[in-house]
Design a binder for this molecule. Structure first.
Ligand code: MF3
Ligand code: CO
Length: 236
């Protein structure tokens, strides 16, 4: 799984360099698809349940699963990018939220808190802990910072399929669910809203947006649980 995960990290790194005002998510998707094919891997999302693109691009109030389009990004936007790769029988999956040009300090703080919530979740993904310790780590930190945790989408096991058991909610009480064991690989992905956690899916059947129009951020890593603690597979 190190290979598809490294490819995901590399592709996202190339895409991130190109994020700027005036760029379109349509072009970012093309870059992602070219980069993954160059590495002899396949885009994991394209065609998954009918999703039409390689890269999920979710600006501002979009939470996840935004479909790339030709509307230019604008200075001050935030943009969530989610990418998966398939290589030699295995999947990798990661996401990141980045600023487009100069963003407000409140948008920057949302990104910071969401990113840190993933770090805390990963730190709790170790043997001897139980699954909901990951969930609880996210919720506690996010809510202490005045934001809300999206309920309608979850992290997941990952391996020979993109989505495997267990589901990993980003909220819940600690010390519940299965015990974490060396050899498990999890895609941990907190989605955090500035205001209410309510989301709805738009008429295209994919784009999830905040109901109140507030900003949303998303970070994800594919993480292996090992005897030496969590190992982030989608970090370069
Ligand atoms: N990272 C997301 C997930 O784990 C992206 C999936 S997009 C889809 O579900 F198109 F593949 F559904
Ligand atoms: Co995922």
């Amino acid at each position: 799984m190190k290979v598809p995960c490294r490819i995901v990290a590399e592709v996202l790194a190339v895409v991130l360099e190109r994020v700027a005002p005036g760029m379109t998510t349509f072009e970012l998707n093309q870059i992602a698809e070219n980069e993954v094919l160059k590495r002899k891997a396949k885009p994991a999302f394209k065609g998954y349940s009918g999703y039409p693109a390689a890269l999920c691009c979710s600006p501002n109030n979009q939470v996840v699963h935004g479909i790339p389009n030709k509307q230019p990004l604008r200075d001050g936007d935030i943009l969530s990018l989610d990418f998966g790769a398939y290589y030699d029988g295995f999947y990798g999956d990661a996401a990141v939220t980045v600023p487009v040009g100069a963003i407000s300090s409140s948008a920057a703080r949302l990104i910071e808190v969401t990113s840190k919530s993933l770090d805390l979740a990963i730190a709790s993904a170790m043997q001897s802990n139980r699954l909901s310790d990951i969930s609880s780590a996210v919720q506690t930190y996010v809510e202490a910072n005045g934001y809300s945790v999206v309920r309608d989408f979850v992290g997941h096991g990952i391996g020979r399929s993109l989505h495997e058991q267990p589901q990993i909610p980003n909220y819940g009480l600690p010390n519940k669910g299965p015990r974490l064991k060396s050899g498990m690989v999890l895609a941990i992905e907190p989605m955090v809203n500035e205001k209410s956690y309510d989301v709805k899916v738009e008429a295209d059947g994919w784009t999830a947006v905040t109901v109140d129009g507030g900003l949303s951020a998303h970070f994800e890593h594919t993480v292996a649980i090992t005897d030496n603690g969590p190992q982030i597979l989608t970090r370069i």
